[in-house]
Design a protein around this ligand. Structure first.
Ligand SMILES: [Zn+2]
Length: 97
């Protein structure tokens, strides 16, 4: 696996958690406030919790070589970066998975 593939994999996992949290928040809001079933309000807090876990997961995206945080770079422009800005490792370099 290449460094890029590993970073993509982490990005995909973080996005899945973030979208799931977001979907739970929306679903909880619609049920609790839209249909006015107030007892479903805790679902919103669960969604917020999942979303926060997603943010932590996203912030855990690090360069597998130098271990520096690449979260912002990978989440925003992973296609454009060619190498790690800290250790200049080429992202298409092979690493052990
Ligand atoms: Zn690096």
């Amino acid at each position: 696996m290449t460094v890029r593939e590993k970073l993509y994999r982490q990005k995909k996992k973080a996005l899945k958690i973030l979208y799931t949290g977001f979907a739970i928040i929306i679903a909880g809001s619609v049920i609790a406030w839209g249909i006015e079933l107030k007892e479903f309000e805790p679902i919103i807090y669960v969604g917020i919790g999942v979303f926060i876990i997603g943010i932590f997961f996203q912030n855990g995206i690090k360069c597998p070589v130098c271990d520096k945080n690449l979260a912002q770079l990978v989440m925003v422009s992973s296609d454009k970066i060619q190498s790690c800005p800290y250790c200049s490792t080429n992202l298409d370099e092979r690493i052990e998975s």
